[in-house]
Write a protein of this length. Structure first.
Ligand code: G3P
Ligand code: MG
Length: 243
């Protein structure tokens, strides 16, 4: 058994507990809550200017249909079965489900996602959500800048695939608190570099226990995982053995 005195990993349930239940559904988010995930990550797209929670550009993989999701009517999108009878949720429904139980790592995907999400989050802030209950990211820097313009008080995470050559410029632009790095792009030198620039390093997506343990030992701050039980189990196991 690997024993570590490192601080506990921040655990992001990736698309909910999507290793157990259909991704990005209320069922998947409920499972993540039941497993004790402190953060839930999900993907926001805009359909008819409404913020919905869905990962792919097309319907093929999750809804077993053809077509781009943002070219459907909202009523049609809401009628599709995305696994075990689950429907594609609205952002407002997801926030209502997890409010007070987990924080929201909102990933903006696709044109219009920033404005649609910003409107829903504005209402959530009125209803008692705090800015620190959110962490917003996007691969698309235009969407991210639109969101930051609407909600400068909400923490931003820089979401990248490879390590960015212009990280300093991105930091100046977005004033992020974290760097969300693909598992293939992680090195100890990059972890140190990002940390030196004041960023927490969160890695997506680690599902295998040996990957989770290796990344933990490399010193990452947190992990996105389809199996929050595996990350949280590791952390609890470590706490048990830490003097
Ligand atoms: O936000 C982390 C991760 O979800 C980014 O990639 O494709 O799984 O949304 P993807
Ligand atoms: Mg995502």
């Amino acid at each position: 058994m690997t024993i570590s005195s490192a601080p506990p990993l921040v655990c992001f349930a990736h698309r909910g507990a999507s290793g157990h239940e259909p991704e990005n559904t209320l069922r998947s988010f409920s499972k993540a809550l039941a497993l004790g995930a402190p953060w839930i990550e999900f993907d926001v797209r805009a359909v008819e200017d409404e913020a919905i929670v869905f990962h792919d550009r097309t319907l093929t993989r999750c809804a077993k249909r053809f077509g781009f999701i943002d070219r459907q009517s909202l009523a049609a999108v809401r009628s599709y079965d995305v696994g075990k009878g689950e429907r594609i949720p609205l952002l407002s429904e997801v926030l209502a489900l997890i409010r007070g139980k987990a924080k929201a790592q909102v990933e903006l995907k696709g044109f219009g996602s920033a404005s649609a999400a910003a409107r829903v989050i504005k209402e959530a802030l009125v209803q008692g959500w705090q800015a620190r209950d959110f962490l917003v990211s996007a691969f698309d820097q235009i969407e991210l800048s639109i969101f930051k313009g609407e909600h400068p008080e909400i923490p931003i995470g820089l979401l990248v695939y490879g390590y960015p050559i212009n990280l300093d410029e991105m930091i100046r632009t977005f004033e992020p608190i974290s760097l969300h790095l693909h598992i293939d792009a992680v090195t100890t030198q990059r972890i140190a570099d990002a940390r030196a620039k004041g960023l927490a390093v969160y890695v997506y997506t680690a599902n295998e226990t040996h990957d989770i343990e290796t990344l933990r030992d490399m010193g990452v701050d947190g992990l996105f995982t389809n199996f929050p039980d595996r990350v949280l189990g590791l952390t609890r196991k470590d706490l048990l053995h830490t003097p």
